[in-house]
Design a protein around this ligand. Structure first.
Ligand code: NAD
Length: 418
């Protein structure tokens, strides 16, 4: 068993566990599929507002491009590292295959604390990072998107920097842009919308209802706060949410719309006048119907899995549950909907944005949401079918079984070079 905090080792363990359930996957092809095509590290010399120079490190990894251009987000975080982007790019390659998008996987990151950067400093970091990875990205090569601590503004700066070098506007080089410059309606809330749809589906599948279901959500950024609002719209009681400062809890349900407005003003959830204060550790162990980790990787370790009292886990974050924790959840009969399915709404709507950009044609919000719902529920049904037919130990293994078979088939058709 790998160290619980190695995202890359965890990702490879998850693939290995699924391999035995696959059909006709050549061992050599599978070995190749566990490694990225390329990873770039760039140094970003940035002038701080006080005139001093600081050098940040940035990364971009491309992983599993047999089925199309590489696709994946860019995160700004103090713990961003080359190993982490490789693991997250590998996860993206499985995610795009599982939900049937014509993409491989990618991930990028800059090791920095964005809370300590002014807007101008964030702009300089973003532009310099884009220049650094410019030769790797492009509408037919690798299309970045938002992830932790990046959003429409960073995507606008990336698009502009790339376009300046090309000499014309290239909206389709990134997704998650503001709608005024080629973004699609529905992208900002897409990941949370997908999580809400999947939470509703898994509850229905287990003969329960989203109506009055109690939900605890770790992380109240883009994904967590939209998941909370869209689940509340469906009648769930979001009883606890948290961010890096800690959490708040109200057994009767929180005012998540008010909390989201509070957080959008740059505040923390714990500074709002809502519910009782709890720690992130307490939130993960609350007695609720559904626990949604929507913040960091490795939140659910074997110890947390042994103690948690939720009936169902829906993974909104990437890599929140370790393989050791998966074993405990299987043992305890707690179903966990894996990240590669539950949070795929973001990449699905990113794909729809890219399709609109490349066709120079725009869709309505209703069209985007309907397409998202169709794709993510089809993938959910396929995952359940494999889980039942192959008797995989958990839903993650079923999801990876589908993804590995699709990527391996593409690899086999294309063959090894040279
Ligand atoms: P974000 O930066 O908008 O929000 C992150 C949230 O997590 C914030 O509330 C932050 O305070 C909280 N947080 C950070 N560290 C924490 C800690 N140690 N304990 C508790 N809370 C902590 O990021 P996001 O875009 O919402 O992404 C959240 C997760 O979802 C990440 O794992 C990301 O990879 C994944 N994801 C994001 C998207 C997307 O479209 N943004 C798509 C798929 C997956």
């Amino acid at each position: 068993m790998p160290a619980e905090n190695s995202t890359l080792a965890n990702m490879r363990t998850q693939m290995d566990r699924a391999k035995q359930y696959t059909e006709d996957v050549d061992d050599n092809v599978f070995t190749r599929m566990k490694h990225p095509e390329r990873t770039l590290t760039v140094s970003l010399p940035i002038l701080r507002d006080d005139g001093t120079l600081e050098v940040f490190e940035g990364y971009r990894c491309q992983f599993g491009g047999a089925r199309g251009p590489y696709k994946g987000g860019v995160r700004y975080h103090p713990s961003a590292s080359m190993e982490e982007v490789i693991a997250l790019a590998g996860l993206m390659a499985s995610k795009t295959a599982l939900v049937g998008l014509p993409y491989g996987g990618a991930k990028g990151g800059v090791q920095c604390n964005p809370k300590e950067l002014s807007r101008d400093e964030r702009k300089r970091v973003t532009r310099r990072y884009t220049e650094g990875i410019r030769r790797m990205i492009g509408p037919k090569m690798d299309i970045p998107a938002p992830d932790m601590n990046t959003g429409p503004q960073e995507m606008a700066w990336m698009m502009d920097t790339y376009s300046v070098y090309e000499g014309y506007t290239v909206p389709e080089v990134v997704t998650g842009k503001p709608t005024e410059i080629g973004g699609t309606p529905g992208r900002v809330e897409a990941t949370g919308r997908g999580v809400a749809i999947i939470t509703d589906r898994i509850l229905t599948h287990l003969d329960r209802s989203v109506e009055n279901a109690t939900v605890a959500i770790q992380g109240f950024g883009n994904v967590g706060s939209w998941t909370a609002r869209l689940l509340a719209e469906r009648g769930a009681h979001v009883v606890a949410v948290s961010d890096v400062s800690g959490g708040v809890y109200d057994p009767d349900g929180l005012d998540v719309v008010g909390l989201a407005e509070h957080v959008e003003r740059g505040e923390t959830v714990t500074s709002a006048d809502e519910g009782d204060q709890i720690s992130n550790d307490e939130l993960l162990r609350l007695d609720v119907d559904v626990l949604v980790p929507a913040a960091v990787s490795h939140a659910i370790t074997a110890d947390v899995a042994a103690d948690l009292r939720a009936d169902i886990v829906v993974e909104a974050a990437n890599g929140p549950t370790t393989p050791a924790a998966d074993d405990v959840l299987v043992e305890r009969d707690v179903p966990a909907v894996p990240d590669v399915l539950a949070n795929a709404g973001g990449v699905i709507v990113s794909y729809l944005e890219w399709v609109q950009n490349t066709q120079e044609y725009t869709w309505t919000l209703a069209e985007v949401n309907a397409d998202l719902e169709r794709r993510i529920t089809d993938a959910f049904d396929e995952m359940l079918a494999v889980y039942a037919e192959e008797e995989t130990p958990d839903l993650r293994t079923a999801a990876y079984t589908i993804a590995i078979e699709r990527n391996a088939t593409a690899h086999s058709y294309r063959g090894l070079f040279p």
